[in-house]
Design a protein around this ligand. Structure first.
Ligand SMILES: Nc1ncnc2c1ncn2[C@@H]1O[C@H](COP(=O)(O)OP(=O)(O)O)[C@@H](O)[C@H]1O
Ligand SMILES: [Mg+2]
Length: 264
């Protein structure tokens, strides 16, 4: 990828290296190839969106970044540290890696028996943040994602959009260097989708580094610096959103966009 240009949403930093760098990544399940020689970089302050149909390997790709999934081959580098190479895990501090790489999932994954505040505090307690600071951060983050008034509610009392915003606050509480979103709005109705995308739009404007799997193509077009189309475990096409989404070069990309509707 080329050097990032300085824009309003680029974090001012002397370090412009990739926060995530994946080279030659491969992964099979039961002898079936799910990722095949994938190369991907996410530079600091940049937003990369991964699109593609179900079963293409998008979730597996994301899970390989924080080693929730163990790659078979290739290199995974996060924040300057090679955490996996050639089928061997080199990361010596997995909890630290998972703090560096925040994750937001399609199904929220909040603890059902804890309130919104407690969900965010617990994540920090596990990471060694002092109780008072954890509580203050939780309250501030709930405010930031627009659900401050729901802090004492448990997940089942929250709407899907509220739950996902709490999950985003929880991921932010650990001050990650990059946030991974895996179809964060796929379980949400249109109203909740709008709420969550609005929070993500603000994170983007604040310069958060993000790797995002989404079917929200207009959103991907709007916020992404780079769009990657994955099909059958391979990157079929990638580039600027206006190129990949509006003028795709590959037939597979065109077929995918026709099926999903590239404008809506
Ligand atoms: N833990 C697993 N064990 C076996 N097969 C898996 C596992 N995880 C994913 N797969 C398979 O890998 C393929 C890619 O899955 P996934 O990464 O979830 O794709 P996507 O997120 O693009 O829908 C699918 O065929 C899926 O069934
Ligand atoms: Mg998936």
């Amino acid at each position: 990828m080329t050097e990032p240009v300085t824009t309003a949403k680029t974090v001012p930093s002397a370090r412009t290296e990739a926060v995530v760098r994946i080279e030659g990544l491969s992964k099979s399940f039961d002898g079936r190839t799910v990722l095949d020689n994938v190369n991907l970089e996410v530079d600091r302050g940049r937003i990369v969106s991964v699109i593609g149909q179900s079963g293409g390997g998008k979730t597996t790709l994301m899970r390989c970044v924080n080693l929730l999934e163990r790659p078979d081959g290739g290199t995974v580098e996060v924040a300057g540290e090679v955490v996996h190479s050639g089928g061997r895990t080199l990361c010596r501090d997995l909890p630290r890696l998972r703090r560096t790489v925040g994750m937001v999932f399609q199904k929220f994954h909040l603890f059902p028996h804890l309130t919104a505040v407690e969900n965010i505090v617990l994540a920090q307690r596990k990471a060694g943040v002092a109780e008072q600071e954890a509580l203050e951060r939780a309250v501030a983050l709930l405010r930031r994602v627009g659900v401050a008034h729901r802090g004492l509610a448990q997940p089942e009392q929250l709407s899907g959009g509220e739950q996902q915003r709490v999950a985003i606050a929880r991921a932010l509480a650990l001050r990650p260097e990059v946030l991974l979103f895996d179809e964060p709005t796929s379980s949400l109705d249109p109203e909740a989708t709008r709420e969550v995308l609005s929070v993500m739009r603000e994170l983007a404007a604040d310069g958060m580094t993000m790797l995002l799997v989404t079917h929200e193509l207009p959103f991907a077009r709007e916020v992404s610096d780079h769009v990657v189309f994955v099909d059958g475990g391979r990157i079929v096409e990638e580039g600027r959103p206006q190129d990949v989404l509006d003028h795709p070069a590959q037939i597979r990309t065109r077929e995918f966009l026709a099926a999903y509707g590239s404008t809506s």
